[in-house]
Design a protein. Structure first.
Lengths: 489, 1061
């Protein structure tokens, strides 16, 4: 007999007594009420940005020198298979159509079928010799500059909660998104455009919709503004109102507010509202200029595939990619570019349950060239030196097909996202999944770490950047988070 | 193994020998920053108390009984501490000896001090004080800080403030007038103020305003949230309940009880409180067991959070994974609270009320009426044709050969068409009809080029479809004939002369692109003239596919005593039948158990009170009264009537309530016993094949009936549909999304909050530091919720009243006395005026928990009445810019709903109707993303914004930008941010432009033709004051040139309108 059993018996007894609270001395309450003097000082002190209500987008200092000033996130909705893209598993070829020993009988959507080989050929690329699939030939050319994280995990295998987790750090609805956090902390370099722009896929908005760019309980100013090459900002102009009448209304409003202010000296909220109308007026001028892609030369349109006359979805996504570059050029802090729309059994996004090869042929054609061109274009303009480009998806897919289908089910236990650009170590593959690519087994990183690393590259302390909500100092990475140092330059 | 006495005993000194071991090997997990398993070793008292699950870790003098030693010495790698390596033998021996020698840990050497977490102001009893009113207490505090109160606001400023404060709307012209006149006429002005407050509190607008505050906190919405975000169509009764309860001034303690156990108090909708959160519905949760467990945990977590935040101002949810970091809420406390609500499911429940009972009775009557109509329809149903040959009708080409027959006229009548996947039965289409004679050389004699003339029953004409295209020799949809009747039509070919016909052929689309609109039943007639036609061949329509709700088999009248239904295939699993009815010639159901009929079956799966073979003819419908077979895909039921009966109709179903569609028999045979033996009278061979999710089409095809009968049936079907729609409307409001209650789940505490790591069972209880309420695991759901409600609503609960009066205070002054309204815990703010908070709370309890009384106390105070001006108070501004000490009234911006309602009030368009299903702000009421905002509003869209159908996470396209919560998380306090998007929305949206037009119209009506007077009216409506001369002339300059709309737009947007003074 070991000692273990002796004290286990005793402890269970005590334990029960404690939480049943039947002890006359209220042992429970005291036992857990110890708080160290000065504890709050030892813990990280929250940093709450100070925001001038009249200039919510004014640039604010980072917590420490930042590697990246701006961010472009390419968000592939629907969960891109790591096995068809970046995480090469030759064992799957050997085990093709054989059952996974000890594998699960049932996964998200139903019974599991046999293991299935990668549905595309893989080749080694560039100096690093990184194996990447032929599905994405243009992005594959860039692997020498990319830092891959192959060992990410999510907290949910359901698109809604998992996209919440990727975008906000929480499974539940209603928490602030990454872009909201970034602009809340840093404001923007451009005062004439929204600080944070979300560009939906031309085929529709992603599965989890606006929660991916929602401000949660941060001020509404930090909500992602929806804008795409196809659809301009809503309410930018008053439809059907003559210019003179519009000007007259603006002028009258200005007069009214000035009159009112005479009696309310130094109320900053009034000043802020007056300023917001001036900012809105500037936006009315700068947004059309921003969205006017006609000034882009033909070779740029060709490079992105925006001139593709056969594939309208690709051309439209390419135009969104050009728009993303133009936003970054203008100093907009955070651009979130969506590839893939809402739940559609994989027809409109990366949710490849049924016939993954057929579906991915379509999606890859739309995503690959424009996304690769965006990165190349940012680089050739020198913008990549202070822009971080992130490619992400909410989770990965299973190494086996679903029973009776030629597609893969949801897999939150090991998948790949990557970064390139400012502050990122080029040509790294960090972390590993098992031989079949099912589970992360080395350097496992919950998505918290990925988000923590993005904030870090922006010069933000992810453990301290906070907002108070219902008595809790909320952070993007909750009480978790760790830097993925291995991918930092 | 522990080896006592390995070394020579020596005196161990804690500071020299033991603490360094703790520092180096234990502190990283067991000290201030982290306390794994609740253990910390940097503090004497805590160390001796031990970790969560092991009691005291150090038993002085008895090393063998000290878990600490057990851990460092464990042979089990998984238990041994530290986790990654073992301490060396010397260190273990030192620990051993230290404990054996009495574990001496001198006092006063720890660098940290322990604080009792229960020692916190809000956990202490409410101090009962009669010493002060709001004003005396506020004034005392101001004095302490060397400040003074501001002079009173102008009466009109106050009127505007209090009208918005209590009702969320501006004062009307009349209200302003009355108040002003009252003040001029009556020197005792206090009455005038009190009258306004009484009027506002009695107004139904009061409940609408304050319900919004409440709904923010409980994150109410009309959709389920998450990815699919589908409509929650029966959520609105909770919103209405809140408005009503507030208007009726339901005492707050009662209000709490109703929201937790309203099902036991006759107010079902109130319990909507329990299920206001986002939730994953069964279809969205993964099929794997882990997903299901996690989803249930998340759902329960939301309920606990809602209760904790809303009523108690405690973030209990923080203890889901670890003990609360600041408050004395343990993980066990958290799961004990989960156990309190572990019988709650997110679902609709029956809404029991007088109104719904009436609707229910009416629906039952209409059901009976509908049954009568249905029986009349049934009389025309085609007789079953058992053993029909399976039909293969091709869309591209179908041909029929004949023995050679003479004909001058060929008539082709379409009797049925295939069902479109989404549209059901639609108009059939023929791309080309061909007729061939016995002389091959003549080719297709139907061609118009041969002189054949075609006429049709009716045509849908377009560039692609015309009757003449049917014999133009061109195939494909682009040159075809389309009928103008659903599933019916005929073509008649008049040949140039009589021919001997040998075969005809037709297609829907010979290019193979389309396979809808295909003829599936037809009749072909030949004749020498139109009045001498004879049927040469026909293929009769199939009967509809089996419908889980109702399958009807009409058979030739047969005398029999025994009938057998044999199932040969199901759409899944063992067959299930809720009822079989067999009608005799008089229309009486002779199959009923009560009529003496006996049943036997092939075998049964028995589930008490759900599945039993006798339920198949008990006269009761639904899955819960059904027979379930015991073999996959097959089985039979035999009925023996009390005596031989002349039967003609069998009606049976899988689930007449329509909720279940699995286990459906899709291939079957019905036989009856006759003197010649068993005789097959109906089967599924003449039915349309069943497909998952198919549109079932009409109850049967009437094309074969004679025209009078067909008309009669179609009328009956219309009548049936009308009744069904009425029944649906009546039944729609029979349910409320207010939680379904059932036997509670067993709740275990979960290690790190992980549903895959369940530990011991937890009894329902309230947090130990707040009370001693604990219930046995066997207590029922309602008992649990009642006990919880009683505990929260008890006057001795230290948090309930404080939290509520603070929310009300915040509603009036913008900031609560505690400025973290949903966190009264240690991490929340301390109250600005503890005495005032407790005075308000104890008065509130003593005065019957009346919210209206509390409002009255606040808004009639001088503190509330003082000016908000900062003119000449620059010094005070420096000291207390936010006016937390209330040296002035802190004005505020209107919130999203107030702005919209104000605009409608200004134009006179605001409708005062209350309650009911929400009006639309978007093009759909839920579902996948991509909501398009409604731009133009009429009728119900002019109701107050609280009556909008609230789509979770989808902020309103215009007013959402004004910090309108998205109902994702609880919003205890709205932000007041300023963004350019707000400016664009409020200045340029169609809503604003439409309101500007309407406002202009009103101004013209009320102001007459004089522009000056018009502008005066506009200012009075918008700002409750006359314009100044400068304002008048500035506005006049604009109005003269551009008319009134620019002025109206500016007024909607200007600060004086958007801010409360």
């Amino acid at each position: 007999m070991t000692n273990d059993s002796v004290w286990n018996t005793q402890s269970i007894d005590l334990c029960r007594r404690r939480w049943l609270g039947d002890s006359a001395t209220a042992l429970g309450a005291i036992a857990l009420t110890s708080l160290m003097e000065g504890e709050s000082l030892q813990a990280s002190t929250p940093i709450i940005p100070s925001i001038d209500p009249a200039r919510p987008y004014a640039p604010r200092a980072s917590h420490f020198p930042a590697k990246a000033k701006n961010v472009v996130v390419i968000f592939c909705a629907g969960a891109v298979s790591q096995l068809e893209t970046w995480d090469y598993k030759p064992e799957l070829i050997k085990w093709d159509d054989k059952p996974l020993p000890g594998g699960p009988a049932v996964t998200f959507q139903g019974p599991a079928g046999n293991l299935a080989r990668p549905q595309y050929t893989f080749q080694q690329r560039g100096q690093t010799g990184k194996w990447v699939s032929d599905m994405i030939p243009h992005l594959a050319e860039l692997t020498d500059d990319i830092a891959f994280v192959h060992s990410l995990t999510s907290k949910s295998n359901t698109h809604g909660p998992a996209e919440n987790f990727l975008s906000t750090g929480f499974n539940l609805d209603g928490f602030p998104s990454l872009g909201s956090w970034a602009t809340y902390a840093l404001g923007s370099e451009n005062q004439d455009l929204p600080a944070y722009v979300a560009i939906p896929d031309p085929r529709g908005v992603p599965q989890n919709g606006s929660n991916n760019w929602g401000p949660g309980f941060l001020p509404a100013a930090f909500q992602g503004t929806v804008l795409s090459a196809k659809d301009p900002i809503r309410h930018l102009v008053a439809k059907g109102v003559a210019r003179e009448s519009d000007e007259a209304a603006k002028h009258l409003l200005e007069q009214m507010n000035l009159q009112h202010q005479l009696h309310q000296v130094s109320d900053s909220r009034l000043t802020a509202r007056i300023a917001s109308y001036q900012l809105a007026a500037r936006m009315q001028l700068s947004v059309p200029d921003l969205s006017d892609l006609s000034t882009e030369p033909p070779h740029i349109l060709r490079m992105y595939g925006a001139d593709d006359t056969k594939n309208g979805d690709k051309a439209a996504f390419a135009r969104n990619c050009i728009l993303a570059r133009r936003l970054i050029e203008r100093g907009v802090r955070f651009v979130q570019l969506f590839n893939g729309a809402y739940a559609s059994a994989g027809r409109l996004n990366w949710d490849g349950h049924n016939a993954i090869k057929e579906q991915y042929d379509i999606h890859a054609e739309i995503m690959d060239q424009p996304a690769a061109a965006l990165i190349k274009d940012l680089r050739q303009r020198g913008l990549l030196e202070n822009t971080l480009v992130v490619w992400c998806t909410e989770f990965g897919r299973m190494p086996f097909f679903q029973k009776g289908a030629k597609g893969r089910d949801h897999n939150p236990d090991g998948f790949t996202c990557w970064m390139t650009g400012a502050g990122v170590k080029p040509g790294v593959s960090h972390g590993m999944t098992d031989e079949f690519g099912q589970k992360a087994i080395e350097n496992i990183h919950p998505l918290y770490h990925f988000n923590a690393t993005i904030l870090h590259l922006l010069g933000l302390d992810y453990e301290r950047l906070s907002v108070e909500h219902n008595g809790i100092q909320r952070r993007l990475t909750n009480v978790e988070g760790k830097l993925i140092r291995e991918i930092l330059a | 193994m522990l080896s006592i006495g390995l070394c020579d005993a020596q005196d161990i000194d804690f500071v020299r020998d033991i603490r360094p071991i703790f520092v180096e090997h234990c502190y990283s997990c067991h000290s201030a920053s982290e306390q794994e398993s609740g253990l910390r070793l940097d503090l004497k008292s805590a160390a001796f108390r031990g970790g969560d699950k092991h009691g005291p870790d150090i038993v002085a003098g008895v090393a063998a009984k000290s878990p600490l030693l057990g851990f460092v010495n464990s042979s089990d790698q998984a238990k041994r501490m530290p986790p990654d390596y073992a301490l060396d033998a010397k260190q273990i021996e030192k620990l051993n000896q230290w404990i054996e020698q009495g574990a001496v840990w001198p006092d006063g050497i720890d660098s940290v001090r322990e604080i009792d977490r229960t020692d916190h102001w809000s956990f202490k009893p409410i101090a009962f004080s009669t010493l002060g009113s709001i004003d005396t207490l506020i004034e005392a505090k101001l004095r302490e800080n060397g400040l003074t109160r501001s002079p009173p606001a102008t009466p009109i400023q106050w009127l505007r403030r209090v009208t918005y404060g209590l009702t969320g709307l501006p004062p009307t012209l009349d209200e302003t007038d009355t108040f002003t006149r009252r003040l001029t006429n009556n020197p005792i002005s206090e009455t005038a103020y009190a009258e306004v407050v009484d009027r506002l509190l009695a107004s139904p607008r009061y409940g609408e305003r304050w319900a919004q505050h409440w709904l923010d906190v409980v994150r109410f919405a009309d959709t389920h949230g998450f990815e699919v975000n589908t409509e929650r169509p029966n959520a609105w009764p909770y919103r209405d309940y809140i408005i009503r309860a507030l208007n009726e001034d339901t005492p707050y303690d009662q209000f709490i009880r109703e929201q937790l156990i309203g099902d036991g108090l006759g107010v079902d909708p109130a319990t909507g409180f329990l299920v206001t959160a986002s939730v994953l519905l069964p279809g969205q949760i993964g099929k794997d067991a882990e997903s299901i467990r996690l989803a249930r945990q998340d759902a329960l977590d939301e309920i606990v959070n809602n209760i904790g935040q809303t009523f108690l101002g405690l973030s209990i949810g923080c203890a889901r994974c670890h003990d609360h970091k600041f408050d004395p809420v343990t993980t066990i406390d958290y799961y004990a609270m989960q156990a309190m609500v572990a019988g709650v499911e997110y679902d609709d429940r029956e809404w029991r009320s007088e109104e719904t009972a009436t609707k229910k009775r009416r629906a039952a009557m209409l059901h009976d009426e509908a049954d009568v109509v249905q029986r009349s329809i049934d009389e025309f149903a085609p007789i079953a044709r058992p053993k029909s040959a399976s039909r293969m009708i091709r869309s591209d080409k179908h041909s029929v050969d004949f023995e050679k027959q003479p004909a001058h006229i060929v008539r082709f009548e379409i009797l049925d068409a295939n069902l479109h996947s989404s549209l059901g039965l639609i108009e059939p289409c023929i791309d080309e009809f061909e007729i061939y004679s016995d002389r091959e050389s003549e080719g297709n004699i139907a061609l118009a080029s041969n002189g054949t003339r075609v006429t049709a029953s009716g045509s849908t004409e377009s560039g692609s479809h015309h009757a003449r295209f049917v014999n133009d020799g061109i195939v494909g949809n682009e040159s075809s004939w389309m009928s103008n009747a659903k599933g019916y039509g005929w073509l008649q070919f008049e040949l140039p002369k009589e021919f001997n016909i040998t075969h005809v052929a037709w297609g829907r689309d010979r290019t193979g692109k389309f396979d809808d609109r295909t003829t599936t039943a037809y009749r072909i007639q030949f004749g020498e003239s139109t009045d001498k036609m004879r049927v040469v061949t026909e293929l009769l329509p199939e009967r509809p596919a089996v419908d889980p709700k109702r399958i009807h088999d009409r058979i030739p009248i047969t005398l029999t005593q025994r009938l057998r239904l044999t199932i040969e295939a199901t759409n899944s699993l063992e067959p299930c039948i809720d009822e079989i009815e067999v009608f005799n010639q008089k229309g009486k159901n002779v199959a009923l158990h009560a009529a003496g009929t006996k049943s036997t079956t092939s075998g049964d799966t028995l589930v008490p009170a759900v599945h039993d073979p006798s339920y198949v003819h008990d006269g009761m419908f639904g899955n819960d009264r059904s027979w379930l077979g015991n073999e996959n895909g097959r089985g039979w039921v035999q009925l023996e009537f009390a005596k031989p009966e002349e039967i003609g109709s069998i009606v049976w179903s899988r689930d007449r309530s329509g909720s279940l569609v699995d286990r459906l028999p899709i291939e079957y045979t019905i036989e009856v016993e006759t003197p010649d033996g068993w005789n097959r009278v109906a089967d599924s061979t003449d039915r349309r094949p069943w497909r998952s999710g198919m549109d079932l089409g009409p109850p049967f095809i009437t094309t074969t009936l004679d025209p009078t009968d067909a008309r009669r049936v179609n009328e009956l079907i219309k009548e049936r549909n009308r009744l069904d729609a009425q029944i649906k409307a009546l039944e729609r409001d029979q349910f409320v999304f207010a939680g379904k209650f059932r036997t509670p789940d067993s709740i275990h505490w979960l290690n790190r909050g992980d549903p895959e790591q369940p530990r011991d069972l937890v009894k329902p209880a309230v947090p130990v530091f707040l009370g001693s309420l604990q219930l046995p695991e066997t207590s029922s759901d309602q008992v649990r919720r009642k006990a919880l409600a009683d505990w929260i609503a008890d006057a001795s609960n230290v948090l309930t009243a404080r939290v509520l009066v603070n929310r009300v205070w915040q509603g009036h002054f913008g900031t609560g006395l505690v400025d973290t309204p949903s966190d009264f815990g240690r991490n929340g703010s301390k109250p600005m005026h503890p005495e005032l908070l407790d005075t308000l709370a104890s008065n509130f309890q003593r005065e019957g928990w009346s919210l209206k009384r509390l409002h009255r106390e606040i808004v009639l105070s001088e503190t509330y009445r003082q000016s908000s001006s900062i003119f000449g108070r620059e010094e005070t501004m420096k000291q207390d810019a936010d006016a937390r000490l209330l040296w002035r009234f802190p004005g505020r911006r209107l919130d999203a709903e107030e702005i919209r309602d104000t605009m409608l009030a200004m134009t006179g368009e605001l409708r005062s109707e209350m309650y009911g299903r929400g009006f639309d702000l978007f093009d759909k009421r839920g579902g996948l993303s991509g909501f398009q905002p409604v731009e133009t509003f009429t009728s119900h869209g002019m109701k107050r914004t609280i009556y909008a159908h609230k789509i979770r996470r989808e902020r309103d396209a215009i007013f959402g930008a004004f910090d309108c919560p998205d109902a994702g998380q609880s919003t205890a306090k709205r932000r007041e941010s300023t963004t350019p998007v707000q400016a664009l929305n409020l200045f340029n949206s169609t809503f604003t432009l439409d309101r500007a037009k309407a406002f202009a119209k009103r101004i013209q009506v009320e102001g007459g033709t004089d522009l000056n007077q018009q502008i005066r009216v506009a200012y009075n409506i918008a700002m409750q004051r006359e314009p100044t001369l400068i304002e008048l002339s500035t506005a006049l300059d604009v109005v003269k040139i551009h008319e009134l709309e620019p002025l109206c737009r500016a007024l909607f947007n200007c600060n004086e309108v958007i801010f409360i003074p």
